[in-house]
Structure formats: structure tokens, C-alpha cells
Design a protein around this ligand. Structure first.
Ligand code: ATP
Length: 346
């Protein structure tokens, strides 16, 4: 049985459609990220799940029970927001204890849970500080500890790391994942940062215009994007011509190979080819127009008279001779076994 089931959710605010037939099923203990561009409906989906917003249509089922009409407090969810939302007049410890007091848990149990939360979120040195005396990362740890202290049925995280700087964001992201797995709480994490989503999620739901375009494990999403939107949103892709062959394969960047769907002789399509799938050979009809050193890899932009502009990621150790103006040839790397077709509309 799924832990969370949102089915056929529709929600409009006046003329603006925030969610259009949105459905998602989340397994117990799973961490699902909702990812998408600004305004795609991620927060609305989370708010409906939490009970802060009522859908125009559709149902929310948690643990097999329809909670569509339950107010937020009856759902027993834990929430962490971007802006921490801590009580400014309470210390970290008191903030963490707050939900336990609301639940009327006995004092000894409260003290025990708070100390455990302080320990697992590494807040020992800050537990008696007030929010204004803590850094952003510390405040967000308190918010997280407060949310999980009450043993929520579901943990909801709304852009919890957006206000933090890059280094803290990465550390806290990994800590959230570790904690979430440790306590096994079903979690929905809203973010617009694809790296964050791919790094922490069991499955990522890519949204656009109020719809779920694809819900899949990070690897699957990256290697087999369902459509042009997902291909373009996750990572970087080259959109290159693919021509169908009589044997059902496709000709792409000089090679003939299988595609995500069969080709027919002469049919023209577009394939999504990742920069790391492109090899750059010396001498040829194409010209190097840009070289960016990115550490382990070097991103090379090539202008090909037939294909147009192509991005290729070359191991930096092999890229020393690639300079703007150089004559080269681009091709699909030999280890690419199949290509993803994303349609002409890309
Ligand atoms: P962001 O990443 O920018 O927070 P989002 O994907 O979370 O975006 P939502 O906040 O869910 O998007 O908004 C989806 C759409 O619904 C947007 O067009 C937004 O303007 C609209 N919307 C959301 N809440 C309201 C509201 N209370 N009143 C009117 N329109 C709203």
C-alpha cells in the first residue's frame, strides 16, 4: 500500500491553473522530490498534501485513509520551510520541544526526544541559543529536528535549503537524506534545484505547467527522459537529427544505433544526446568555437556545418589540443548503445 496517494488533483487560482490532473503515489519510507521551474505547481501540490489548500478536485489518501477533508493538524505531518519559521522567543531546544508539548507528551519523554534530536542534528553546541544567534544552516537543523521530533507520518520539505550558501546546502542536503533514511519517514521534498533532487531522492517527479511529466529514479530520469521537456530540464542535451533506418534503428551523428522507439526508413526525428556522449576527433569539417575548462572535464562547443552547434564533454587530460578555431569532427562515442528520441517539438 502506498503511504501517500494524490489522485486527479486539480487546482486553479482564478484564471491561473496551478495543478492540472496531478497524481502521485509514494511508497512508505520513500523520498520523492518534486522538481520543476518556478510556477509549475510544486508548492501548491505540497500545500494540498499538507492540508493548507483545498483542491478543486481529486483526493489525498495517507496510509490508506482519505484525508482530503482533514485540516493540517489532523494529518500529523512534519514541515520544514525555506524561511525556517522558528519561534524567535524560544531557544533551539524549546523550538524542538514545541510540537511535543502540543501533543501533550509527558515531560520526561519530551526531554528524552529533544536530546535525541539535538544529537542527531548535531546541535549540541547551539541548543540553548535563540534563532537570531544561529547561522542559517543551524536554524534549518532546528527546523528539521522540530519537524521529526513529533514522529510525523509524512515529512514535507519546501525548498528547505534555498536560503543557504552552496557549501552548507550540500552538507545539510546529505544530512537530511541520512536522517530520513535512518528514521524511515516518507518524505516529499520540493525544490527547483535539479542537482539537489538527483542527489537525495529515491524518485524525482519533474513538473511543468501543473502536470507531472515523469516520475522516476534519478538515473532513469537522466538516461531515459520521457519527453523533450524532461530531457531539457535535467542536465544538458544536444538536440540532433536522427534519421530512421529500414532495420528500425536510427542514424545519429554518423552512427546507426537503437533508439527509445523504433525508427522507420527515412523518418526524421530529434535525439537528445548528452555532451558526455559526444566524442571530438581531430581534423574534420567542424570548427571548435568554445572551450571551457571545468576541472575533470572540458566542455567544448563545436560548430558543425551539418549538425549545427554541438556541446561535447571531453576528459580534460585529452582536451589539451582543442582550441577555438581548430578543425574537428564530432561523433557519438562508441560506448553509447542507444539514443533517446524526443520528437520534433523540442
Ligand atoms: P516556485 O518555485 O516559484 O515557488 P511553484 O512551482 O512552487 O513555484 P506554485 O507556488 O505552486 O509554483 O504556483 C503555481 C501557480 O499557481 C503559479 O502560477 C502561481 O502564481 C499560482 N498561485 C499559487 N498560489 C496562489 C494563490 N494563493 N493565489 C493566486 N495564485 C496562486
Amino acid at each position: 500500500m502506498a503511504a501517500v496517494e494524490m489522485t486527479g488533483i486539480e487546482k486553479s487560482f482564478g484564471p491561473s491553473v496551478a495543478l492540472a490532473d496531478f497524481s502521485v503515489s509514494i511508497g512508505s519510507g520513500e523520498l520523492v522530490c518534486l522538481l520543476g521551474p518556478s510556477g509549475c505547481g510544486k508548492t501548491t501540490a505540497l500545500r494540498i498534501l499538507a492540508g493548507f489548500e483545498r483542491p478543486d478536485r481529486g483526493t489525498v489518501v495517507v496510509g490508506g485513509k482519505d484525508v482530503s477533508d482533514d485540516p493540517p493538524e489532523r494529518r500529523r505531518f512534519g514541515m520544514v520551510f525555506q524561511d525556517y519559521s522558528l519561534f524567535p522567543n524560544l531557544t533551539a531546544r524549546q523550538n524542538i520541544e514545541f510540537g511535543l508539548k502540543v501533543q501533550k507528551r509527558p515531560a520526561t519523554e519530551r526531554a528524552e526526544v529533544v536530546e535525541r534530536m539535538v544529537a542527531v542534528t548535531a546541535l549540541d553546541a547551539h541548543a540553548d541559543k535563540y534563532p537570531h544567534q544561529m547561522s542559517g544552516g543551524q536554524k534549518q537543523r532546528v527546523a528539521l529536528a522540530r519537524a521529526i521530533a513529533t514522529s510525523p507520518r509524512v515529512l514535507l520539505l519546501d525548498e528547505p535549503l534555498s536560503a543557504l550558501d552552496a557549501k552548507v546546502r550540500e552538507t545539510l542536503r546529505d544530512e537530511i537524506r541520512r536522517l530520513q533514511q535512518e528514521i524511515g519517514v516518507t518524505t516529499v521534498f520540493v525544490t527547483h534545484d535539479q542537482h539537489e533532487a538527483l542527489a537525495v531522492a529515491d524518485r524525482v517527479g519533474v513538473m511543468s505547467n501543473g502536470r507531472l511529466e515523469q516520475l522516476a529514479p534519478p538515473r532513469e530520469l537522466y538516461l531515459n527522459p520521457a519527453n523533450a521537456f524532461v530531457a531539457g530540464f535535467i542536465g544538458t542535451v544536444n538536440r540532433v537529427d536522427a534519421v530512421g533506418q529500414s532495420d528500425g534503428r536510427w542514424r545519429v551523428l554518423g552512427r546507426v544505433l537503437a533508439g527509445s522507439r523504433p525508427g522507420h526508413e527515412g523518418v526524421e526525428e530529434v535525439a537528445a544526446v548528452r555532451p558526455e556522449q559526444v566524442a571530438v576527433d581531430p581534423d574534420g569539417p567542424a570548427t571548435v568555437v568554445g572551450v571551457s575548462f571545468l576541472g575533470p572535464i572540458t566542455r567544448v562547443t563545436v560548430d558543425d556545418p551539418q549538425v549545427g552547434q554541438v556541446l561535447a564533454d571531453v576528459i580534460s587530460a585529452d582536451a589539451a589540443d582543442l582550441r577555438p578555431g581548430g578543425a574537428v569532427r564530432v561523433r557519438l562515442r562508441d560506448d553509447v548503445e542507444h539514443v533517446v528520441l524526443i520528437g520534433r517539438s523540442a
